[in-house]
Design a protein around this ligand. Structure first.
Ligand code: BMA
Length: 853
């Protein structure tokens, strides 16, 4: 087709202070070879002109470069075939303040990295060689200028001027990573000579309430620059998931373009389900446009047939309203995590990297990811993979933790950004919800600038007046209107968190909530998550220090103790908060390896307590107290210390075929989100409560068996009991309460269907610090195996062992880890370790064995 990707042959240089652009362009010195997509910093790192922060702790040296302006230049020839038609320069993403010149003539000035620009340029061409120049202004300098003009606004994280800049907000520095304010064409630059383009292919799908009939609308819009008398041949096809053709149609439109509307009915369609609930069949719509026999443009969409509703109804025996998703008439508990861009530098992200991270989410039994508003609208790869894997997406618009301006210049840029995001993503079956922003209502509420949904939306203040929450206009008008116009069947939710009744956007019983009273002030105990639970917990988290190889990569040297890690922790009081939870729950750790183990154990325990408590409240029938639990955060953008469950996994790691390194919390989450789970919690009177959860397609089980056994720390069984259990599909069932002969016992619950173990859990006295564990005498027995790299290990103990953590070579992958093992049990795991290193094991008992600090 008539498109020329302008990807190689570029040059980059820094703008020189005090010189004109012409002078810089005329200077033959100082240019570096560049590719596009790229960012200026990537080019400088590759050329060795700047230390790469991924490879050494070089941030202080990097910061002054954020004030720099950069010039990208390309000299290129236009092929004859392209010269024939109308030409456009398509910039799919310019980060962020860019001026585009072709042969010295200005094509555009841009200010939004989330927008693609299609710039008519045919009349700017000259004979022979063309010169394309992209001038990128420093985002921080331009942001500061806007701030000086329109007023300083409150933010949590990063420089406050960021609210004026439509650039990924975490680039300004966040509590999980350092700033990287780069600039450049971060998505392709293309010379587009298509005389006709498919500007939209809208294919809304409706599924009847009884799930038996899907109605698919095919609605392409073409815009053409050919004379009307020229005929465009438009072919539309719909293919079933197995590739068979369900519908085909050939039409014609005039050369200037136009629209078509077709309807296709699919009887007894194959339904798309979230992972764990059924399959993910994808139908295909193919559209091609031909002119005089030449293929001019084409587009393919993959669609999933599903009904998806957000239920906001009354909750029996409780105030407020529910917040849970119903897919194909089944209430689904959305366990999952928050997603942040997996790199500081966006052009480093690869499809393999994203795929591996998303597979990890699936492996942990997650069903939903929230694409957090401080990042970006993710790549097509991301959403395609979510469709294939069955991961539901809670999609924020790209705003986070700030009082954004409501001025019309800003709102119109936001409207265009949102229109493009919605048009690009609305066909994905994985997309469950649009949300206006991350925590912007919360910051306004914390400053007494928001009094609830019924209060008036303020207009922007002048620079002398106190700041207002005028950004509400973006969430309640601009984004609301864009989603209603272009994606009316999907729910739009003004913010995360948000409540549709309450003045407090983070109300526990109204809308979704970010549960940060654990970790942030007031540092509540994670054992209290049950009391703190909200209707849909879209964020909660605990930090965990990543493994030694990862912190070594972050620091640029091998650390010799916990104190040198501080620079990797960007969270306010991060190390102290982590220490608070360590002190309250675990014996002191003495050296770096036990410190890392302890923080990962605390993170695992904390997240497990949270998910267990929230999933318990998923309940059943009209008692759906909590609809989801999204851990903050799945992944990391650099090798630092954060709340992530997976350690930083770079594009380079992915290319080298390395496995993703899991923190201990991964295994804890996987257990709590398994299709069957049993839960237990201590009550204040020394009794404990028991419940069982089910997620998935299996129908009601009415012949299950629960076995409870309790052990003392010496490993003697002190109590045992069995009872019948009935468990319905997609419910949590309370199974009563129990008293123990001694409240210091360790309780195991096992759920059986006949002799098949469906779920197992162990309840330990809390806090773990109180538990005087002696050496469990861990026995690791390696079984003979044909594949020396995939070893099979049996783990046994003579006394109760909590949180056994097995490790081997740097890239070893264990099938399970962080094991609670009781006497009499044989736990079988496998380890894949190319280095065939000996297996080491530590556990909670190792901490008790250490002398106090
Ligand atoms: C949440 C997020 C982020 C932040 C995290 C940890 O509220 O929205 O802003 O990284 O808290 O503090």
């Amino acid at each position: 087709m008539r498109e020329l990707y302008l990807s190689s042959g570029w040059e980059l240089r820094q703008r020189t202070k005090g010189r004109s652009l012409e002078e810089d362009l005329a200077d033959a010195e100082g240019w570096l070879a560049a590719e596009v997509p790229s960012t200026a910093h990537e080019v400088l790192w590759r050329a060795g002109k700047l230390p790469n922060p991924y490879e050494s702790p070089s941030l202080p040296r990097l910061v002054p470069t954020f004030e720099q302006d950069f010039i990208y230049r390309l000299r290129f020839a236009v092929p004859d075939a392209l010269r024939q038609g109308p030409l456009r320069l398509r910039c799919d993403g310019l980060d962020t303040f860019a001026t585009v010149f072709l042969n010295g003539q200005k094509l555009a000035e841009t200010d939004n990295m989330f927008c693609a620009y299609s710039l008519p340029c045919g009349d700017k061409l000259r004979d022979g060689e063309q010169e394309l120049v992209l001038l990128f202004d420093s985002a921080v300098r331009r942001g500061k200028e806007l701030e000086a003009r329109y007023g300083v606004r409150a933010v949590w994280n990063g420089d406050a001027s960021r609210v004026y800049v439509r650039k990924a907000q975490y680039h300004f520095g966040w509590d999980f990573g350092p700033p990287l304010l780069s600039a450049g064409p971060w998505r392709p630059v293309v010379l587009d000579g298509r005389p006709v383009r498919i500007t939209e292919l809208h294919c809304p799908l409706e599924l009847s309430e009884d799930l038996s009939l899907a109605t698919l609308t095919l609605h392409p819009t073409l815009s053409g620059e050919l004379p009307d008398v020229e005929l465009l041949v438009v072919k539309l096809r719909v293919l079933a998931p197995d590739g068979s053709e369900l519908y085909a149609d050939i039409d014609s439109l005039p050369g200037c373009g136009g629209q078509l509307w077709r309807t296709v009915e699919i009887k007894d369609p194959q339904l798309w389900w979230p992972v764990g609930h059924g399959a993910q069949p994808l139908y295909r719509v193919e559209l091609t446009v031909h002119h005089r026999g030449e293929l001019i443009d084409e587009k393919t969409l993959r669609l999933g047939v599903r009904r998806l509703e957000l239920q906001q109804d009354f909750v029996q025996n409780s105030d407020g309203e529910s917040f849970y998703f119903v897919v194909n008439n089944q209430p689904i508990f959305c366990g999952g995590a928050n997603w942040i861009p997996p790199e500081l530098s966006l052009t480093r992200i690869s499809r393999t990297q994203v795929a591996k991270l998303l597979h990890e989410a699936v492996a942990a039994h997650m069903t939903m990811l929230r694409v957090w508003g401080g990042g970006i609208y993710e790549s097509d790869d991301f959403y395609d993979l979510c469709d294939e894997l069955g991961l539901l997406v809670f999609q924020d618009f790209a705003f986070a933790c700030g009082l954004y301006p409501g001025h019309s210049f800003f709102a119109s840029s936001v409207a265009e950004e949102a229109r493009q995001a919605v048009l690009r993503l609305r066909h994905h079956p994985s997309l469950a919800l649009w949300a206006g922003n991350n925590e912007d209502y919360s910051i306004a509420h914390s400053r007494n600038l928001y009094e609830g949904p019924r209060s008036d939306i303020p207009s922007p203040a002048s620079v002398e007046e106190p700041v207002r929450f005028d950004g509400r206009k973006l969430y309640e008008e601009t984004l609301q209107e864009v989603t209603a116009a272009h994606d009316p069947s999907r729910r739009y939710w003004p913010g995360s968190p948000y409540g549709r009744q309450s003045a407090d956007p983070n109300d526990r019983i109204d809308g979704d909530c970010h549960l940060w009273s654990v970790w942030h002030t007031p540092l509540r105990d994670y054992q209290d998550y049950g009391e703190l639970c909200g209707r849909f917990v879209s964020e909660f988290g605990m930090q965990g220090v990543p493994s030694l190889p990862t912190v070594t990569r972050g620091l640029g040297f091998v650390p010799d103790g916990p104190s040198v890690l501080a620079g990797l922790n960007k969270g306010t009081d991060g190390p102290a908060r982590l220490q608070h939870y360590l002190d309250r729950n675990l014996p002191p750790s003495r050296d770096l390896p036990t410190y890392i183990y302890s923080t990962q154990l605390i993170q695992a325990e904390s997240l497990a307590h949270g998910i267990r408590a929230f999933r318990r409240q998923f309940g059943h029938g009209e008692q759906r107290g909590c609809g989801g639990a999204l851990v903050w955060q799945l992944d990391d953008c650099w090798p630092g210390i954060s709340w992530s469950v997976l350690e930083h996994f770079s594009g380079a790691d992915a290319a080298a075929g390395q496995p993703v390194r899991r923190k201990a919390s991964f295994y804890a989450i996987r257990r709590e989100l398994a299709p069957y789970a049993v839960g237990m919690t201590w009550k204040s009177d020394g009794r404990f409560a028991i419940w069982a959860c089910h997620s998935g397609p299996e129908p009601k089980h009415d012949t299950l068996r629960l076995r409870l056994s309790a052990f003392d720390t010496a490993g003697t069984k002190q109590f045992s009991e069995e009872r019948p259990v009935c468990l319905h599909r997609n419910t949590t069932q309370e199974l009563g309460e129990q008293t123990l002969p001694d409240p210091q016992l360790i309780v195991r619950a096992e759920l059986f269907e006949e002799d098949r173990l469906l779920a197992r859990a162990v309840l330990w006295p809390q806090p773990l610090l109180k538990l005087l564990l002696t050496d469990p005498e861990v026995l690791l027995e390696e079984q003979a195996s044909d594949d020396p790299q995939l070893r099979s290990i049996q783990v046994q103990v003579t006394r109760p062992a909590k949180a056994l953590w097995l490790s081997a070579g740097e890239h070893a992958v264990f099938s399970d880890n962080l094991l609670d093992v009781l006497p009499g049990e044989v736990v079988e795991i496998t380890v894949k370790d190319p280095e065939l290193s000996p297996i080491r094991v530590v556990g909670l008992h190792s901490l008790f064995a250490l002398p106090a600090r």
